[in-house]
Design a protein around this ligand. Structure first.
Ligand code: PEP
Ligand code: MN
Length: 338
């Protein structure tokens, strides 16, 4: 931590700041007296002191943390990129992964047809919601545990990895028995109990960015999972809420290189929820991969006209096949494969 004192801060104020730092065992304040102002470098693990307290002391102009607030998620702590491995699928390696499937699992035939279609086009991870976080309680809420079993069966039949959202800590054990990747949705990004319970589960976690979360908050949410000993966290940018209303959310592609520089965790992008518009999914998928994303997640339905959830943004299987062809040159240009 670097503490920059105000110009002409009196010696008593500088001494007061030094004394406050010295109260913490293991921290050493090193004052650097300049002509115009004094800077105090703090040596040691700065996370043990409250940055806001130091910033509020008289004479302090600015406090700059050096170590990131998230320790385990930070690239400062672990330089090499994390690769999450699930059987023959790797997320965060040289391949770009494509997760695809319906917003929600509706019946056996729907999820089976979706799985067959997306697998044939090159997807390795089958998505499908069983517990749906809907804005209104009157909307379809998902088929729950039955849907989990339908997704599991379709993924097994088509030799795919499965991913599905978990909303309740009471479902962790059940989900972990039947699903390969536990998804924590945008609305639950700061459901700290859920983060902790998924951190204890022996399954990778796909953590989606909260609707109004900053990147720091996003990484701190990941930190909750990592802190429980679960190293297999995959981040997902899915857009945030802004004043723009042309798109369902504002998809922030810059998150990808920002996360890549701050963290060793893999990051994928969801252009379906990120834009809410079918026409915008291919260009945003291309942009995400060009920005360095380790994968994409898209919603695909065999018959969007009858979809029970997010019909407006569902790609048909043909649309999905076209999307796969569309992203191939970008994947190649990034020296990656699908
Ligand atoms: C989803 O992927 O089904 C979903 C609900 O996404 P999000 O949490 O990003 O809104
Ligand atoms: Mn959806």
């Amino acid at each position: 931590m670097i503490i920059i004192m105000k110009r002409q801060a009196p010696a008593e104020e500088i001494q007061h700041v030094i004394a406050e730092i010295e109260k913490n065992e293991g921290l050493k304040p090193v004052p650097l007296y300049g002509i115009e102002r004094t800077v105090i470098a703090v040596i040691g693990d700065e996370r043990i002191i409250d940055e806001r307290h130091i910033a509020s002391l008289p004479g302090v102009s600015n406090v700059m943390p050096v170590l990131r607030p998230y320790k385990l998620a930070s690239r400062e702590t672990k330089h090499e990129s994390t690769i999450v491995k699930i059987r023959n699928v790797e997320i965060g390696g040289t391949k770009v992964v494509v997760m695809a499937g319906p917003c929600s699992v509706e019946d056996e035939e729907q999820i089976d047809t979706a799985a067959r279609g997306v697998k044939a086009a090159g997807s390795t991870i089958l998505r499908g919601g069983a517990f749906k976080p809907r804005t209104t309680p009157y909307s379809f809420q998902g088929h729950g545990r039955n849907a989990v079993l339908m997704l599991e069966a379709a993924a097994k039949k088509h030799d795919m990895v499965s991913v599905s959202e978990i909303m309740d800590v009471r479902d962790v054990e059940f989900m972990a028995q039947h699903i390969d990747i536990l998804q924590i949705g945008a609305r639950n990004m700061q459901n700290f109990d859920l983060l902790k319970e998924c951190g204890k589960a022996n399954k990778p976690v796909l953590l989606k960015r909260g609707l109004s979360a900053t990147i720091k908050e996003f990484l701190l949410a990941a930190e909750y999972i990592l802190l429980q000993g679960n190293q297999n966290v995959i981040l997902c940018e899915r857009g945030i809420r802004t004043f723009e209303d042309e798109t369902r959310n504002t998809l922030c592609i810059a998150t990808v290189p920002i996360i890549k520089s701050l963290s060793h965790l893999p990051i994928i992008v969801d252009p379906s929820h990120g834009t809410g518009k079918i026409a915008l999914i291919p260009p945003m998928a291309r942009a995400s991969i060009a920005a360095g994303a380790d994968g994409i997640m898209v919603e695909v339905h065999p018959n969007p006209a009858v979809a029970l959830c997010d019909a407006d943004q569902a790609l048909t299987i043909k649309n999905f096949e076209d999307l796969m062809e569309d992203i191939r040159p970008i994947v190649g240009a990034m020296k990656r494969t699908i």
